[in-house]
Design a binder for this molecule. Structure first.
Ligand SMILES: [Zn+2]
Length: 107
């Protein structure tokens, strides 16, 4: 199964509900599932980690459906065998281990 087929399956299963819930609430569900994935990873529970990855990609597909984005096309357009920044494989960009805490700063 390709990403596009998975997205279409999620559309068949949940599109009506996803559309009624709306983008903002669906985004919140995705955030919750990412938090649950983080917790499963911290607990090193392989079964839970797998289930939470499934939930994250399911909610990502739902969000893509209601924002009318083709996940597979978007991903392949940006990440087509080369790093989108340095255009190399493997990536040769300067390695930054920690993501800068720009969202944590208060004005
Ligand atoms: Zn790179």
């Amino acid at each position: 199964m390709h990403i596009q087929e998975f997205q279409e399956m999620m559309k068949t299963l949940y599109y009506a509900r996803d559309q009624e819930r709306g983008i903002e609430a669906t985004f919140k569900w995705l955030e919750d599932e990412l938090q649950e994935l983080k917790e499963a990873i911290n607990e090193k529970d392989k079964g839970s980690i797998q289930k939470e990855f499934a939930d994250v990609i399911a909610w990502l597909a739902s969000l893509a459906n209601i924002t009318e984005v083709n996940l597979e096309k978007a991903a392949i357009n940006k990440y087509n065998s080369l790093c989108p920044k340095c255009k190399r494989s493997p990536c040769q960009c300067i390695f930054i281990k920690a993501k800068p805490a720009v969202f944590d700063q208060t004005p």
